[in-house]
Design a protein around this ligand. Structure first.
Ligand code: GLY
Length: 401
């Protein structure tokens, strides 16, 4: 039976080497290039089927990750011909994102940051794309429309003010860098004000006493106080959905980056240590962190949680004291070594994704999700895997978030 590891043994695991990182990133870029024609006019769907993504329109919350993979490939491509080819497709995608927000196609939800930071903000940062800039500012405008002043949070899903959706979710912390960017670019503080209010509400309500996190938090529509927590994609309400905890890790890091509030470093440590204490022996979590201690240890992994957590640790390491920074960087390097060895696509003929063994939504008797993408590639897993590799190779990387 597989047991949770003890965090003090993590340092006994081998650390990924620079050569391994370079090789892994080069395999990712080969995969991007091999299937580029399939995903020029279309985007990959959120999760693969038998490790192959089907093409889909620019809809849903995940297409920005694929364009983000293109930008990471563009930044790391080894020759000018590949760079040029990737750039052309990435620019076409940015036009698609502009159209999407202009025509308001499936933008009535909080995932504007996931969609527009790695696609359009990245385009603007890397190439000065005016289309990218305009699209991302429009996306920020859409996002702030979802702010609820009673409770001070951005409503995640559904009709604004609906009783059964008066809630935010932990994932939203990664949508907020778009708002900070919009304030910096426009000089208008309204985006930052809303981001800051949401962060404050989230940080005060999403972390439980034992340092695990709620996936979704309902607020009281009259008083604005915490009403109750609930899961959607975790195993059950009181358990810790692995990806939610990972969004919390990266979310605390970006919250600190933009606010510089020292308590967010403490929150990061709490949330991250909970995650690390609930890893199985290969350092890649099962889809819910409650698995691993009991006979439920045969549950599928969610490799995407591992790489999101690595990116969060590498981001937060920039702002911590030397000892903590060294520790979390070293942990990220060990998790990434296991990811490369056991979870990454090695032969691009066997999958058009980068990272195997992700779990999008697994149905349990106690959760409310629609099942899909179990033990498959998931688009954000591919993206954050590349981001983590890129971060280690280029520590001064100008992040898209
Ligand atoms: N943000 C949705 C998910 O992580 O599945």
């Amino acid at each position: 039976m597989e047991k949770w590891i003890k965090t003090d043994v993590i340092m006994q695991y081998p650390e990924v080497t620079e050569e391994e990182i370079k090789k892994a990133l080069s395999v990712c870029i080969s995969g991007v290039l091999k299937y580029l024609d399939d995903f020029t006019d279309k985007f990959p769907y959120a999760a693969s089927v038998d490790n192959f993504y089907r093409p889909c329109e620019n809809k849903g919350w995940t297409t920005g990750f694929y364009t983000g993979e293109l930008w990471l490939s563009y930044e790391n491509a080894q020759n000018d011909a590949d760079k040029k080819r990737i750039l052309e497709v990435a620019e076409a995608h940015v036009r698609s994102f502009y159209d999407r927000v202009e025509k308001e196609i499936d933008v009535d939800h909080h995932d504007m940051g996931f969609l527009y930071s790695p696609s359009c903000v990245a385009a603007y940062k890397l190439t000065g794309s005016e289309t990218g800039k305009k699209a991302a500012i429009k996306a920020a405008d859409m996002l702030i429309r979802r702010f609820q002043s009673v409770g001070e949070f951005i409503q995640a899903w559904g009709k604004m003010g609906a009783e059964d959706n008066y809630r935010f979710i932990i994932d939203c912390l990664l949508n907020l860098p778009l708002l900070y960017w919009a304030s910096m670019e426009t000089g208008d503080e309204k985006y930052r004000d809303i981001a800051e209010k949401h962060i404050h509400t989230a940080m005060n309500n999403v972390i439980r006493e034992d340092d695990s996190t709620w996936h979704t938090v309902f607020m009281d529509q009259k008083t604005g106080a915490f009403h109750h927590g609930a899961t959607c994609q975790g195993y059950k309400d009181g358990s810790a959905w692995a990806r939610g905890q990972a969004w919390g890790i990266y979310g605390c890091a970006v919250a600190y980056k933009y606010t510089k509030r020292s308590e967010y470093i403490d929150y990061f440590k709490r949330v991250c240590m909970y995650f690390l204490k609930h890893l199985p022996s290969d350092l890649v979590p099962m889809w819910d962190l409650s698995f691993g201690e009991t006979d439920k240890d045969t549950e599928p992994r969610d490799s995407s949680s591992a790489v999101i957590a690595c990116c969060g640790m590498l981001e937060m390491s920039k702002y911590m004291n030397e000892e903590d920074s060294g520790y979390f960087t070293a942990v990220a390097k060990r998790i990434l070594k296991s990811v490369i060895d056991g979870y990454a696509v090695r032969d691009v003929n066997t999958s058009n994704g980068r990272l195997l063994h992700g779990t999008y939504s697994k149905k349990s008797p106690y959760n409310t999700c629609t099942p899909e993408g179990v033990d498959e590639c998931v688009l954000w897993g591919d993206y954050y895997y590349m981001e983590a590799l890129n971060r280690l190779l280029n520590p001064d990387w100008n992040i898209y978030w």
